[in-house]
Design a protein. Sequence first.
Length: 289
Amino acid sequence: MSLKFITKNSIIPMQKYCYLNGKIVPEDSAHISISDLGILRGYGVFDFLRTYNGKPFYLREHLDRLENSAKLVGLKVPISKQGIDRIINKLLKKNKLNEATVKIIVTGGCSADGLVCDLKQQTIIILVKEIHDCPAELYKKGIKLITFEHQRNNSAAKTIDYITMLKLQNQKQKQKAFEILYINKGVVLEGATSNFFIFKGNRLITSKNNILAGITRKIIIKLADKNFKVEVRDIKINEIKNADEAFITSTTREVLPVVKINNRKIGNGKVGKNTKLLMELFKKMSLGN
């Protein structure tokens, strides 16, 4: 939490604000009903983005995905894209943030019987938070993934259901891994909070089916197409053994190299030159946005 100095010997936390159902309110006084379907049934979707140079990055694409996620599970985003854009900018100013993350959550709202969703009574929350980048060392040395047999329900939608990821946190820590890689019936899908890529020589390969198509993933595919042969298709688990490089992508991690999956090294166990190039291209593009 950011701190505001009052005197030499006393400090108070700066008040943080969020948007909740039509109003910008202090976070510590923002409450939703215990009858909300997001609580009762885990019925909700969200999207997550960040700013660069104080501007929301690829906001339109994130809002399009939010609308698609809502549609896939039978919800509707109750505010227009223009309205959400205005709210985000107000929250950035109100919270005195330049570089930040933005999370937009839509739930089924209050339900008298815990079953029926009234689309006119949905809950929408918008949060802006100070961004915390990954340690630079991870980009230099790479990370480890562990695999887990799982395919998310409504995989094309970004839902609030992260139970599998959460229950695996202890296992991930014990194995000193950074991220969980979901596989299903011999096919590599996605990270628990990321998308997954491998290089075979100058061929960049990423999963196609039963995944959430990330915005950063989309950008990387576009950047890579000018430098490599790109294949968007199923990745068989056995292909990982012969991969020369690997990396994950996400909003806050950007392009993060992977050098080990379970106990197997990827390539020579070091960050590869192709991955480094994509890291540089993405950084240049994002900061110039």
